[in-house]
Design a protein around this ligand. Structure first.
Ligand SMILES: [Zn+2]
Length: 431
């Protein structure tokens, strides 16, 4: 049944309405306008709160959720050692129970931060088959979000065939859906042999987009040069897996030719600067991507759930890198946000990123009262300097109220977190 949210400040993506309404029916936005032209009644008075398109996270690792506070022996000297000493020990210990409860906790964090859609990159080498359906069941069916899932194929555990099959099966089952989709997940060039990449290429058949880490640590690029006599992206190109709408996460140590090849193939680079700084691997230079007209999208790499925080770090880090106060500006942030919505539109059978008729009803309500005039032209300045620090009040996904007045409606988050602490304690003993 159609319903109307009224008395809101609405950033539609094309204009800013001072006192507006939005009507939602059957997963989509059917009408947007000024309050004076509202013919019917409104169902919810938003009291001048801000309505804008919900966020999309283009690269995350839900499986890492239960690692918060975990204590393992940890003295890494390189990025690969961080993986060996922490993440590869954790993912080997994951079974269905940990995946499910971790996903519920992640969902509660995503929802509180206004995220409607996630592109997840999953790993649980001792429970591969069926792992993506568990994620779908929790994130999409229970929590009410949208998800694009993939399994991390890698030679490090000898489960290459099983991993490729998990990706292909999930992709085929959910092809064409609007809340769920699949990709071909790959860890990174340095843990993938030529034989595995050939099998991946055959399975993808130029149709299933890949989701892969690229040159996160410098050792990934060096391994490709030393072992295969070519750079990572050229290696992937040789194997025919630069498939349109693929996601290349990080790309910190790639060169201009590689960036150009990603651009030409219709791929997206997912940046995760918080995670990069935490891992001491360097940060991507967005000027290099811009020069090659590459579409940059925003991820979190499983670290920190607030896109607001990530966006702030993107701008600050790039100004710092460029050594110029105009080296990166708020319109550049707008481009990244719009690219991230475009990525979601390419993978899910809906249009995202605007509060306009025909677009998906993925809406975030922010409790933001601007202390200075806010217009369409200065909206991204308000976003950067103020909206990012404001409380998310509500989230609607596909027209369904997932969170209202800060309270999640789709599941009992307190109960989930209590359960998660128990599961995490048992998990940590096994890691
Ligand atoms: Zn990652």
């Amino acid at each position: 049944m159609a319903y109307t949210l009224g008395n809101a400040v609405i950033y539609t993506g094309s204009e800013l309405l001072d006192k507006g309404y939005v009507t939602i029916d059957d997963r989509k936005i059917v009408e947007v306008g000024k309050m004076e032209s509202l013919r019917d009644h409104m169902d919810r008075d938003l009291h001048d709160m801000l309505v804008m398109p919900a966020w999309v996270n283009a690269h995350t690792h839900i499986y890492s959720t239960l690692a918060r506070g975990m204590n393992v022996e940890f003295h890494p000297l390189s990025f690969t050692q961080i993986l060996r000493q922490l993440w590869w020990r954790l993912d080997r210990a994951l079974g269905p129970e940990e995946i499910e409860i971790g996903a519920m906790v992640a969902a509660s964090e995503f929802i509180h931060n206004g995220i409607a859609t996630v592109f997840d990159h999953h790993a649980s080498p001792n429970f591969v088959k069926g792992s993506l359906e568990i994620l779908k069941r929790t994130i999409v069916d229970t929590a009410g979000m949208r998800g694009v899932f993939c399994y991390e194929t890698s030679d490090r555990n000898g489960k290459q065939r099983e991993s490729i099959e998990e990706n292909v099966n999930f992709y085929e089952v959910h092809k064409g859906e609007s809340k769920t989709s699949g990709m071909m997940g790959l860890h990174a060039s340095f843990t993938l042999s030529d034989e595995t990449l050939d099998a991946v290429s055959k399975a993808c058949d130029g149709k299933i987009p890949i989701h892969v880490h690229v040159a996160e640590g410098v050792e990934d690029e060096l391994d490709s040069i030393n072992s295969y006599d070519t750079k990572i992206i050229n290696r992937f190109e040789r194997h025919g897996i630069l498939i349109p709408n693929s996601i290349y996460a990080h790309c910190i140590h790639v060169d201009e030719d590689e960036v150009n090849a990603i651009s030409k193939s219709g791929g997206f680079i997912a940046i995760n600067i918080q995670s990069n700084m935490n891992n001491s691997v360097g940060i991507p230079n967005l000027a290099k991507f811009r020069k090659n007209r590459t579409k940059v999208v925003l991820g979190n790499d499983g670290f920190g759930f607030s896109p607001s925080f990530d966006l702030r770090l993107v701008l600050l880090s790039q100004r710092h890198l460029s050594e110029s106060p105009t080296g990166f500006s708020t319109p550049d942030l707008k481009e990244i946000i719009e690219n991230t919505h475009e990525l979601a539109s390419r993978h899910l059978n809906e249009r995202f990123g605007k509060i306009e008729r025909g677009y998906a009803a993925d809406i975030v309500v922010v409790d933001y009262s601007p202390p200075t005039p806010m217009t369409f032209d200065n909206f991204y300045d308000h976003l950067f300097f103020g909206i990012t620090e404001s409380t998310i009040d509500s989230l609607y996904v596909a027209g369904e109220p997932v969170m209202i007045n800060g309270k999640i409606k789709t599941f009992d988050e307190k109960e989930i977190k209590g359960e998660a602490r128990k599961v995490a304690m048992k998990l940590w003993e096994r890691v």
